[in-house]
Design a protein around this ligand. Structure first.
Ligand SMILES: Cc1ncc(COP(=O)(O)O)c(C=O)c1O
Length: 443
């Protein structure tokens, strides 16, 4: 019997864990190294989602392991009013990477960083309305979940007063089209802001956006969109907050995704990738905005703000990204992965679309008429897992099942090819099997 079937483990899991969404994979993970996680049978599973889109430099990178051991022995956590070298050094390093965004605060999670950014935008503008995309995900805490529209809105009472949304542009399923059928995002954006202006009570504080909407189905903002969005914000005296939880630190082939567009946000939030799997997040803004916030008494005092241990890890992540040339590597290997996935699109009708940038790609699974085929997507994911590949599938109303593919930037060409082979085999197997996907149901 497989050690993964350990009845006592699964009975205890069912009895004692609070189920927080989705289902659990049918394996017990014992350890992880590089681009693989290993289950209880010591079976390697290729990790095409970098854990929860975070293990940017692979699992158990020796430099990260050594940094945690060293810093843990020196100082891990401090009174929030005390400063240490890793915190100031990381702030300085990040500021150098994002010219104009000179002020940095170090926190723990993505939701928390967006909470801090939205709170700052409200205080600085003296307004309270926050606009976000209809397929956004900014986190599970108050203001962050109020600005999250892809999932989880129902059943929790009122969202924050002043929560507004506009449609996320979708090149595969355009709402506004040019004569050739392609997405007319300019008209869509104008139309959307017309609706915002009608709904607003005159207190627009900020727009919060992901440069590539990940949980919303890997929707990339078309080139030019971000600049137009920033202009819409400027016209209304709103701040632009960019949430680069997943796109930041090289994943898309530039250090930050916004650099492709030449548009600097007023506030930038980083999480997931900056800690490469450990809880580290950052809020970055201009000196001008931070000065106003401070003068107005900005308060975001938390237990783990400015903790030295995660800051030291952040510095190690930046060192690794620089030393191993991972930003350029994301572009190069991303192109190989994109090409391989595009070949699968030629080969299989159910692959409706391949999109994304660098090592952050999406594959949309559809019926022959391009309507959503969530069931097939789930079967492909289950077949892939059985064959040793972990892929995450997003299932949203109105869209097909979308695989989010974002392996560590340290992935090799060979590992990419292994992943592509398994995806092809899994599509073949799932298309004929029609079997239900296994998994421990969370609901
Ligand atoms: C773009 C984006 N922002 C924020 C978050 C929330 O981060 P966390 O789960 O660390 O609070 C996520 C998580 O998936 C995300 O994808």
């Amino acid at each position: 019997m497989s050690r993964n079937q350990d009845p006592a483990f699964w009975a205890a899991a069912r009895k004692h864990l609070i189920r927080y969404g989705g289902s659990f994979d049918p394996a017990i993970i014992e350890r992880a190294e590089g681009c693989f996680v290993f289950d209880a049978d010591e079976r390697p599973i290729l990790d095409f989602t970098s854990g929860q889109m975070s293990a940017l430099v692979g699992h158990s990178h020796p430099h990260i392991v050594a940094t945690v051991q060293r810093q843990m022995g020196a100082v891990a956590h401090l009174f929030s009013g005390m400063l240490s070298r890793p915190v100031v050094n990381l702030a300085e390093r990040l500021a150098a990477l994002a010219p104009g965004l000179d002020r940095v605060m170090l926190l723990s999670t993505g939701a928390e960083s967006n909470e801090a950014a939205i709170r700052m935008a409200k205080l600085v503008t003296g307004r309270h309305e926050i606009v976000a995309f209809s397929k956004s995900w900014h986190g599970m805490t108050g203001a962050a979940s109020s600005a999250t529209y892809s999932a989880g809105r129902k059943g929790y009472g009122p969202a924050m007063v002043g929560s507004l949304t506009i449609p996320a542009p979708n090149t595969f399923r355009p709402r506004f089209r040019h004569a050739d059928g392609s997405l007319d995002w300019k008209t869509e954006l104008d139309d959307a802001f017309g609706l915002i202006d009608s709904q607003s009570v005159g207190c627009l504080a900020a727009f919060i956006a992901e440069p590539i909407l990940s949980s919303g189905g890997l929707l990339e903002l078309p080139l030019g969109y971000l600049a137009a969005l920033k202009e819409k914000c400027r016209e209304r005296g709103m701040l632009l907050i960019l949430d680069e939880a997943q796109t930041g630190i090289g994943r898309t082939g530039t250090m930050f995704a916004f650099q492709r567009d030449g548009v600097t946000p007023d506030i930038l939030t980083l999480s997931k990738t900056i800690g490469a799997g450990l809880p580290l997040a950052a809020v970055m803004t201009t000196a001008e905005i931070e000065d106003i916030a401070h003068e107005k008494g900005y308060l975001f005092y938390t237990t783990h703000v400015s903790d030295p241990l995660p800051a030291a890890v952040g510095l190690a992540v930046l060192d690794i990204v620089e030393e191993e040339g991972l930003v350029a590597r994301a572009g190069r290997l991303g192109a190989r992965l994109f090409e391989g996935l595009s070949q699968l699109k030629q080969r299989f009708d159910c692959v409706g679309d391949v999109r994304g940038r660098g090592l952050m790609l999406g594959v949309e699974i559809v019926n022959p008429d391009r309507s959503a085929d969530h069931e097939l997507g789930s079967r492909i994911a289950a077949e892939a897992f059985r064959r040793g590949l972990s892929m995450n599938i997003v299932k949203l109303p109105g869209m097909g099942g979308v695989f989010r593919i974002a392996p560590p930037l340290t992935i090799s060409e060979e590992e990419i090819d292994i992943g592509l082979r398994i995806i092809a085999q899994s599509i073949e197997a799932a298309s004929v099997s029609g079997a239900r996907a296994p998994g421990i149901a969370a609901e």
